[in-house]
Design a protein around this ligand. Structure first.
Ligand code: GLA
Length: 696
């Protein structure tokens, strides 16, 4: 279990370093990420490196028994670089340059940026590849964090190369982008630009490819550095810090190239439900690379500096969120940063060692957590992500489908409903599952298989053929699927498929979709006219399923008796759906679709396939999730817990966290992983947590 922080000794006089190391030992620090923003100190001028100070600090850490996650320091090019090579600066869609004076001012596809970064990484690798203190390599930092996309001339040239690689000849691009529309037909790749400022909507195929390109350019930078490290004999694991569901980088395509996933996560203490968003992020990053534990590379010990209002964490909240990360697969808890800065833009950001010193709650909590983590035995792995024939029903997990390409496409412009926030939608489903204490993986549609009892695919607008095939096989083999709304609408070029909508899943679902039925967005100004909500309720209560079934469908056999859904609100879309070969579980009871199917189910093979024709509000989502869990027989990790207590399973390790609510009793037996004491029932007060190795 790693414990530590970003360590930026270049911000401090050298006399302070021995005190840093002594304090690190006191706090139980085992590893620091060193020199992430030190490029201007490591290379004061082009061609001139200064590694003396880095040698000394690494040696000092090593003598103190602190391991080093050595940064490649390429995230913030020094002022001399942009002065000498202004062409490495990134440019926004309107043509405005991002100038130096902050950080991350580089165009990822700029050849000169890549050359300079490569020279620095080469020098670092030559010097430190076999240093005994270095146990990990930290490439760059949060790729794309501040610059979601670059439209510079370097990007233009690289985009043309990338498109040539993807399509081979320009006619293939013309077909993929449907360029006969609006006279966009290209005669050569040299006529194509990034989607820079334009009079009206961009070509959707171009926009989608530009997302792919942007992710790929950042990934190319990472791979360039990784390649240099490996070529110089680096054997330590190499990683770069992810940011959970970060739109510009499709981490599903990145994960195979990191030796372990590391992730930065900053839940907002002002939001009492932010622990569920944090749980979502942790499950997402674990799911990206389920074969190895991930590490929490950055979190805050206390308050941040970059939200409009930066509340402190509650006493105990930092450790509770750390326990959550461990329970969801982390084998390392690290912070931004070790010692709070004295100057610079982040001087108000909390750190392990606060500016206010060691007589502080933050320091005491940091030391206390360090001692507890040091007492942990090696934690079980793998268990999640692996088929486990002997797993009890509590391990029956849920696949929540999340796919970056779909995210990019579904939030493109010119749709029936242009206010879809895809992550917010997926997180609403996640929260409903989290409140029921079930295990969830966040996966691409192609990864849905027999490990899961239940799969939920909300808003899977762009559905690749392989994804549709996997979802179909999953159901036929006994899985329970919920799809929709706005699912299976386009192919990977953002074009309709022939034959209407739901062309791939319609047969499985037994439905036909006629229209999307946009409602006015819930957050639209009050004066905006139009229908904002639909209502839906159990078909039986609203007049009987058969009344709304258009053809006879086989009734579900052996299905458990399901509790009524009740009546709920649908938002954003109230689709016009026809149940051709499916039973209608719920109908619209309010709004323009009254009487039409809202939720259908079809028994297919050994499983069931449901389609939902609206976006339920929080309570409606919970009601649908409760039905799905009952139908699929998914049990909670620990039964009988209130919603503010979370439970996660990691093999034999069960993690329980009270996220600041009333005291709760937990029926669990095993051994406390921190104290080694037997556990037979627990009481958890606000922010209490426990890691229990269960008896199984
Ligand atoms: C990001 C960066 C860090 C720091 C923190 C502050 O995670 O990687 O360098 O700026 O944000 O929260």
């Amino acid at each position: 279990m790693h414990y530590g922080a970003d360590y930026n000794p270049e911000q401090w006089p050298e006399e302070i370093w021995p005190d840093d190391v002594a304090r690190m030992r006191e706090a139980g620090v085992t590893m620091v990420s060193l020199g992430i923003f030190a490029w201007s100190r490591l290379q004061p001028r082009e061609g001139e490196f200064d590694f003396g100070w880095l040698d000394r600090v690494i040696d000092l850490l090593h003598e103190g028994g602190i391991a080093v996650d050595l940064a490649t320091a390429t995230a913030s090019p020094p002022p001399w670089a942009s002065a000498a090579y202004p062409e490495l600066l990134p440019v926004d869609a309107d043509g405005a340059t991002y100038w130096p004076g902050s950080r991350q001012q580089y165009a990822p596809s700029s050849p000169v940026y890549r050359r300079l970064a490569g020279e620095l990484v080469t020098a670092l690798a030559e010097r430190y590849a076999s240093h005994p203190a270095v146990v990990m390599w930290h490439v760059n930092n949060e790729y794309g964090c501040h610059l979601n996309a670059d439209y510079s001339d370097a990007a233009r040239d690289a985009f043309r190369r990338w498109l040539t690689g993807r399509y081979g000849d320009v006619d293939a691009l013309n077909r993929a982008w449907a360029t006969n529309f609006w006279s966009q037909r290209y005669g050569s790749f040299d006529e194509v630009f990034p989607p820079r400022k334009a009079p009206y909507s961009h070509n959707p195929g171009q926009a989608l490819d530009f997302h792919r390109f942007t992710s790929d350019m950042l990934l190319e930078c990472y791979l360039m550095e990784r390649g240099i490290l490996l070529a110089h004999g680096v054997t330590q694991p190499i990683t770069t810090n992810f940011m959970g569901a970060f739109k510009p980088a499709d981490y599903a395509t990145w994960a195979p190239h990191v030796d372990l996933v590391s992730d930065d996560c900053y839940p907002d203490p002002n939001d009492p439900e932010s622990f569920r968003a944090a749980a979502f992020q942790r499950d997402l990053v674990r799911s990206l690379k389920p074969e190895v534990p991930w590490i929490l590379m950055e979190q805050a010990s206390n308050a941040l500096n970059w939200r409009p209002s930066n509340a402190p964490k509650a006493p105990g909240q930092m450790a509770a969120l750390s326990a959550q990360a461990i329970g969801r697969g982390a084998d390392g808890i690290l912070f931004f940063q070790w010692r709070q800065s004295k100057g610079g833009a982040e001087k108000f950001h909390s750190a392990m060692l606060p500016h206010a010193g060691t007589d502080t709650r933050t320091w005491r909590e940091v030391v206390d957590l360090g001692a507890k983590l040091a007492a942990l035995p090696e934690l079980p792995w793998p268990a999640e992500g692996e088929p486990d024939a002997d797993a009890p029903a509590t391990d029956a997990r849920v696949a929540l489908v999340f796919d970056w390409e779909n995210w990019w496409a579904v939030e493109a412009s010119d749709h029936p409903m242009n206010r879809l926030d895809h992550v917010a939608l997926v997180q609403r489903w996640y929260r409903a599952l989290h409140r029921r204490h079930v295990q969830v993986d966040l996966v691409r549609p192609e990864q849905v298989d027999g490990r899961y009892a239940l799969a939920i695919a909300p808003g899977l607008y762009l559905l690749r053929e392989a994804g549709a095939a996997a979802l179909t096989s999953f159901v036929e083999a006994g899985g329970h699927l919920l799809a929709g709304p706005f699912t299976d609408v386009v192919d990977e070029f953002d074009r309709f498929r022939d034959g209407g909508f739901l062309t791939q899943l319609g047969g499985l679902l037994g439905v036909r979709l006629e229209d999307f039925g946009a409602l006015v967005a819930p957050d639209a100004p009050p004066a905006e006219p139009g229908e904002r909500e639909a209502r839906f309720a159990d078909a039986a209560a609203a007049g009987g399923a058969d009344a709304t079934r258009e053809t006879d469908a086989p009734a579900e056999t052996d299905a458990p008796a399901l509790a009524p859904l009740g009546e709920h609100t649908g938002t954003l879309l109230a689709e016009e759906l026809h149940a051709l070969d499916a039973s209608v579980e719920a109908v619209f009871t309010g709004g323009r679709r009254t009487g039409d199917p809202a939720l259908t189910v079809r028994a297919a093979g050994r499983g069931t396939a449901r389609y939902l024709a609206t976006v339920p509000d929080e309570a409606g989502t919970q009601a649908v999730v409760d039905r799905l869990l009952a139908a699929a027989g998914v049990e909670p990790v620990v039964a009988g817990l209130p919603e503010h207590v979370e439970a996660a399973r990691r093999g034999t390790l069960v993690t329980l966290v009270n996220h600041g609510g009333p005291e709760a009793s937990v029926a669990i037996a095993g051994v406390d992983a921190v104290t080694g004491e037997p556990v037979d029932g627990l009481t958890l007060g606000a922010w209490d947590w426990a890691l229990v190795l269960d008896a199984r």
